[in-house]
Design a binder for this molecule. Structure first.
Ligand code: ADP
Length: 255
């Protein structure tokens, strides 16, 4: 990713919650094509950083830029339209919808008509619905979810639900995918599958930033790792560089 354009940049981002400074002058630069890992002890500010980047929280000070635009005050839906997708630590699948419908919802963000107009027969609308459905089926196929297309996500094993969440986030072909602890709760085989999925996502042109506790996963997957502790970046570099950094060893021993 060296030499690639910068896709995401945070400059001196601080996030204050009343008396607590969750982020303290955090700067981060992610280039297109990277798989970046964000690690750090519990409460070090990782999810807060994701929330600031993706517009769920507003930075108290500092700036955020995405794809060349200043997105410091951008709302989540605007960032999503601009090509940023994310998953959450706790699954957020729609329980009333089938697996295919969960993916369709993510695809149909370019809807140009009011919902009620879809009730009126219009050849253009039907063709569009067919295209979207075909595209949803393509996404399900790519993530090995075809057999579950009609299922209620809640009825499926946890590992499959996590995969659906990634598939849904990828449906709109984002430029940047933010994954918040994607390996949490997965078994060994599912973690290996996740590694393959994340690599293939990057190989098809989507930049990935992931928060993860599973150090083995981060070490094998990420070219660069950013380490947070107490709301500050205490180390950044290749996996070998960060594990050898004294600040990192100390932060983890103190966890
Ligand atoms: P991590 O993801 O590294 O475990 P978080 O970003 O979730 O850490 O949390 C960092 C700190 O900010 C924690 O002390 C947490 O309690 C606090 N925090 C996070 N979100 C909020 C919030 N909405 N209101 C108040 N405090 C929060």
């Amino acid at each position: 990713a060296t030499g690639q354009p910068v896709l995401l940049v945070a400059e001196s981002v601080t996030k204050q919650f009343r008396g607590l400074r969750a982020l303290d002058a955090v700067s981060l630069t992610v280039r297109a094509g990277e798989i970046r890992g964000i690690v750090g002890p519990n409460g070090s500010g990782k999810t807060t950083l994701f929330n600031v980047i993706s517009g769920f929280y507003r930075a108290t000070s500092g700036t955020v830029g995405f794809a060349g635009d200043d997105t410091t005050t951008a709302r989540p839906y605007a960032l999503s339209l601009a090509g940023m997708a994310r998953t959450f630590q706790n699954l957020r699948l729609f329980g009333q919808l089938t697996v295919r419908e969960n993916v369709l919802v993510a695809l149909d963000r370019t809807r140009t008509r009011a919902i009620w107009q879809y009730a009126v027969w219009q050849p253009g609308v039907l063709a569009r619905e067919r295209r979207l459905r075909a595209r949803a089926d393509e996404v399900l196929e790519r993530y090995g979810l075809t057999d579950f297309a009609e299922a209620d996500p809640a009825s499926l094993p946890y590992g499959i639900q996590r995969r659906i969440e990634i598939a849904r986030a990828m449906a709109a072909r984002p430029r940047l995918l933010l994954l918040d602890e994607p390996a949490a709760g997965l078994n060994g085989e599912e973690v290996r599958q996740l590694v393959r999925i994340v690599r293939s996502i990057r190989d098809t042109g989507t930049t990935v930033v992931l928060i993860e506790h599973n150090m083995g996963l981060v070490m094998s997957l990420c070219e660069r790792i950013t380490v947070l502790s107490g709301g500050r970046v205490i180390a950044e570099g290749t996996p070998d560089e960060v594990v050898a950094a004294p600040e990192v060893i100390e932060a983890y021993l103190g966890d």
